[in-house]
Ligand binder design. Structure first.
Ligand code: FAD
Length: 477
């Protein structure tokens, strides 16, 4: 730590703390280690201070403080980011986790969510009204980071990505001013926020369009597991089936080890499997017809598809993946699940290094692929899949092993991919990977970045560098 930073921590940060309605936590405070920890325990960053903001005024105060004192800023929503980009060494962390209120408008079919909400908060609020907005496949993820990267989930085939359902965002900009971005106000910023990540400001709240789902929020869903030996056949069947299905039914495919916990039958604990997790959100009197191809296929080890509140399906995996595990991620988009790709899945699926390690492919088709590539910053609209390989384990001693397995798997699978990856699944992989993810939208993002954050004040993220004089500028970091 430099002398200047140390002085900032001991004197100026005390003044910042006094100005906030939330709390400021600095090294040496009792809650510091807990406050700096993120979901991925492989990340170990030591911020200069963590400002748990209580309201938008606190966020403005933090941004102005950081500007005046030349402090680096990291912004934290749910803390789930793979690369741990919600925190930064020596940075002032603007932590949104105390700002978690939601307001549902059932007449307008909208929900307004503060930026510290997790999807569990939002689903809880909307499903009570029989509605939901597209989110992800796990409820503990932060609304902010997931939304700003795009948002791929159970409802994406039917209603599009999370960003396709974003109506407005309240944002504190890099100069400390506050704007609401929507189609009719700061529309360039609104375009960029829909996939461009945390590059453009601190979002304090989001307003989403909601949709009626299932029967008053009860959907029909759950996993179907097949013996790992059937993987090639299941993957080939799945890749043909998905595009033919009504959009009320979605399913993501995984290679996994069946967890050694209830409600999975003990006889299957620890067995390698190929699984598909289904979610049908249409009227229940059509469910049998729509699910017939799923129910009649193959010889599954387990069929767990049943009626349940959408909140239950959304949170079904939260307990299996608590915060504090070691995670190493590699990802790509795929236009097809090719035969060559399936060979690679078989090779590395057989070698899953730990019980938590897994590979998922999430469909991005249907409504999500009917949005034009340049309509939002999220550029992958080809109608394929977002794939992710994750080495996961509780034991830090296994970090090298799970990382190596994921890297090797990705190296062999990558040639079968469409190129870039979902930014929310990227680790710290460099500028070329960020550019590949945004495809033709990168240059426009760099223009919007110049307009709203010309100094690259917000750079602890999958960074889009502001254009200067017609050429991409260097990061100020
Ligand atoms: C177990 C697990 C499951 C996942 N499943 C899915 C899934 O199903 N679908 C999917 O789309 N993604 C999924 N993801 C990826 C997820 O979208 C990203 O990890 C996302 O970054 C998490 O958002 P967060 O707010 O929790 O993260 P954080 O770590 O808090 O932040 C992530 C990034 O967003 C920025 N940011 C956070 N809050 C704000 C804000 N208020 N204003 C501006 N910038 C902000 C941060 O600076 C950082 O760069 C999953 C991740 C995990 C760990």
């Amino acid at each position: 730590m430099t002398t200047a930073t140390a002085r900032l921590a001991t004197e100026d940060y005390q003044q910042l703390g006094a100005a906030l309605h939330g709390e400021l936590i600095t090294p040496g405070d009792p809650g510091y280690d807990e406050a700096r920890a993120v979901y991925n325990a492989m990340i170990d960053k030591r911020p200069a201070a963590i400002a748990r903001c209580r309201d938008t005024a606190d966020v403005i105060t933090c941004v102005r403080f950081a500007r005046e004192h030349g402090a680096e800023v990291a912004v934290r929503g749910g803390g789930h980011n793979a690369a741990g980009l919600g925190v930064g060494d020596g940075a002032l962390v603007i932590d949104m986790s105390l700002m978690r209120s939601t307001t549902v408008n059932p007449d307008d079919h909208t929900v307004r969510a503060d930026a510290g909400c997790t999807w569990s908060d939002v689903d809880h609020a909307t499903v009570a009204f029989g509605m939901a907005t597209p989110s992800g496949f796990i409820a503990s993820t932060g609304v902010a980071g997931l939304t700003l990267g795009g948002g791929i989930g159970y409802l994406s085939r039917r209603f599009g990505l999370t960003v396709d359902n974003l109506l407005a965002a309240d944002v504190v900009l890099a100069d400390g001013t506050f704007v609401t971005a929507s189609e009719s106000s700061h529309s360039d910023l609104f375009w960029a926020l829909r996939g461009g990540g945390g590059n453009f400001g601190v979002v304090t709240s989001f307003t989403f369009r909601c949709h009626d789902i299932g029967e008053h929020g009860t959907v029909i869903g759950g996993p179907v597991f097949y013996d790992f030996a059937d993987t090639a056949e299941v993957m080939r069947w799945y890749r043909e089936l998905i595009p033919s299905l009504p959009e009320e039914l979605s399913g993501w495919i995984a290679l996994l080890t069946i967890p050694p916990v209830a409600p999975f039958p003990e006889a299957l604990w620890g067995r390698k499997a190929c699984g598909i997790v289904w979610c049908y959100t249409g009227p229940h009197d059509r469910a049998d017809a729509v699910l017939e191809p799923v129910r009649s296929y193959g010889s599954p080890l387990l069929v767990g598809v049943q009626p349940m509140p959408f909140t239950m399906l959304q949170s079904a995996f939260d307990g299996l993946y608590p915060a504090g595990l070691q995670w190493y991620w590699r990802a790509d988009f795929f236009n097809e699940i090719s035969d060559a790709g399936i060979e690679v899945h078989l090779k590395y699926g057989e070698r899953l290094p730990t019980g938590h390690s897994t590979m998922h492919m999430y469909p991005i088709d249907g409504a999500a692929s009917r949005v034009a590539q340049d309509e939002t910053a999220f550029a992958y609209r080809d109608g394929g899949w977002a794939g992710v390989i994750v080495g996961v384990d509780p034991d830090p001693a296994n970090a090298p092993r799970i990382s190596q397995w994921a890297r090797d798997y990705w190296e062999e699978l990558h040639p079968t991919s469409a190129g870039g990856a979902y930014v929310n699944f990227l680790m710290d992989e460099g500028q070329d990977r960020v550019k590949a993810s945004y495809r033709g939208n990168y240059d426009r993002l760099a223009q919007v970045k110049r307009r709203y954050d010309p100094d690259n004040f917000f750079h602890i993220n999958q960074n889009i560098k502001p254009v200067s004089d017609g050429a991409p500028a260097q990061s100020s970091s």
